[in-house]
Design a binder for this molecule. Structure first.
Ligand code: DQA
Length: 147
């Protein structure tokens, strides 16, 4: 079974409470429970969240040579972090960048991502559904690789 880790960056531990008009009212823990149910028997999903850039990089390095894919919402570090982009370039697992909100419809500083050029795909503005779409994509490319 393919192994996929979801990594959420800063302030995403506040989902459900944080600006619900932008990010919705569901906590990630609630959502992750239903997500695991949806992929039961199809993928082994893990979840990690940190507000620290270095801890996100440590997790990318830890799973990036072992697992089949990473779904990464790096939050605001998306727009600032060359170090996270370098970590994505360094590993062998494909990474899908996800943003819950449509960053292109928001402030100009959210329009640029250091991560997009080194990711296998990008899903923006689909709400929490974006995580599910990213997993489906990673499973489909994993099947192509393993035949
Ligand atoms: C976000 C968009 C980022 O610009 C923001 O800093 C976040 C969340 C999103 O999921 O829409 O923290 O990554």
């Amino acid at each position: 079974m393919q192994k996929i880790t979801i990594i959420n960056g800063p302030n995403l531990n506040l989902l459900g409470r944080r600006e619900p008009e932008i990010y919705g009212s569901e906590t990630f823990e609630e959502f992750f429970g239903s997500l695991m149910g949806r992929f039961n028997g199809k993928a082994h999903l893990s979840y990690f969240q940190s507000n620290s850039e270095g801890k996100i990089i440590d997790k990318i390095q830890e799973v990036g040579f072992e697992e089949d894919g990473i779904v990464l919402n790096a939050g605001a570090y998306t727009h600032t972090s060359v170090a996270i982009a370098d970590a994505i370039s360094a590993i062998s697992a494909p990474v899908v960048e996800v943003h819950i909100s449509n960053v292109h419809a928001r402030e100009a500083f959210r329009h640029h991502s250091h991560l997009s050029p080194v990711c296998a795909g990008i899903i923006v503005g689909c709400g929490l559904k974006g995580y599910e779409l990213a997993i489906q994509f990673l499973l489909s490319i994993g099947e192509e690789v393993s035949g």
